[in-house]
Design a protein around this ligand. Sequence first.
Ligand code: UDP
Length: 475
Amino acid sequence: MDQEMLPPHVLIFPLPLQGPVNSMFKLAELLCLSGLHVTFLATDNIHTRLLKYSNIQSRFDSYPGFRLESISDGLPEDHPRSGAGLIEMFDSLKTKNKILLKELLTSGKLNSDSRRPVTCIIADGIMGYTFDVAKEVGLPIIYVRTISACCLWVFFCLPKLIESGELPFAGDDLDTPIKSIPGMEGFFRRRDLPAFCRSGNLSDPTLQLALPESTENPRAHGLILNTFDDLEGPILSQIRSCCPNLYTIGPLHSHLKYKLEGESSSSLPSSNSLWKEDMSCITWLDSQPPKSVIYVSFGSLAVMTKEQYMEFWYGLVNSGSRFLWVIRPDSITSDSAEIPPELSKGTEERGYIIGWAPQEEVLAHTAVGGFLTHSGWNSTLESVVEGIPMICWPYFLDQQVNSRFVGEVWKLGLDMKDTCDRVIVEKTVRELMEDRKDEFRKSADQMAKFAKQCLMEGGSSYCNLERLISDIKAM
Ligand code: UDP
């Protein structure tokens, strides 16, 4: 067939972490549904885990235009890719993967008689080197940021914070207001900046990683954000001042669900889990009263000390609330947390603990009434869509920013950052699940309604996705 007659071919390359893989996989499916050919490029480590734990195989049948390819991140297979290993992974991507990516794009391996060579790259914007590769091989590139717009704006303003002398600061006086982030004056404090800003040191490796964003992100043809205008409108206006071509098409997981329903497709949205989901929690939830359970999960990367776990455990049991708690096997820094005898009765009666949850399904369950979260952006959006109020206990990166917006700007819950004390956990859970539940549920319901409206025909995310697809087709 004449290659020009074939659909455009998009290469999607996510940052190799659970959150970005989740949201960029939904994007891949949305593009497949619109008839584009998509190659989803995963690092070997992610590729292996996707094949083992997710239902990705079924996507090959649903979308004839879909392909999964793998590439090395440059690290040995058994090298840790969380904690200190995370920065090493970024370094390795920038140096070793950069060469491999160029080789892959020029090898002809990605095209065939029924598949054009790649016509456009969509990559995570934190991997700035992909822009250089795209330029060298003569391809247009669109970036995706899988963090919130409010955090991205903080990243963009980091040079300004340094210029004004607000950065660096030592780890004290965390309630000092931050003045040089336009649009965040009046409610944003040192405490709400990404955790890496607290090191008192401009050479902090994560700060160094985030600093070039304000100059690197705008170089791409456009910027896709997993958010929606009613949630982050004022901050999006700020970002447009440096990145005019924004595609706000989120919440992506919900966007895909709507499109699949619209197609009356029998296919369920994908599960992109990198751990095995424990479905027994759904049976447990089925037997709980409506809105009675607080779901507790700190995402795929957060790590805690045994002492912190114990504070949460006492707080949860003493709150009297029912709870479903995800304790990832690799999330405790010391040996596994043994259950203290005085907690066993309360845990047995009201609690359920698993290693990894089908989170979207859990948050959509009628028994769930609250979410104690680390405020990762995917988790936050999944909670927003289901109208579930949150208690935020941010761990790192964008999470400190997200939790401030959840508590102070969107009024969708309570921000518990920087405290980990059983009495506060107990009090906060009671506040969310009992004392102030009506107030939080009302604002969460309202925001969930906005989230749904933006995905309907004529809504902001609906229109932006249409525009993205037509721009890709025109490339
Ligand atoms: N997640 C899941 N099961 C769990 C915990 C998390 O499926 O038990 C998913 C969750 O739905 C979300 C992703 O893992 O899509 C976590 O991404 P997020 O941005 O919230 O946090 P991160 O893991 O990147 O810190």
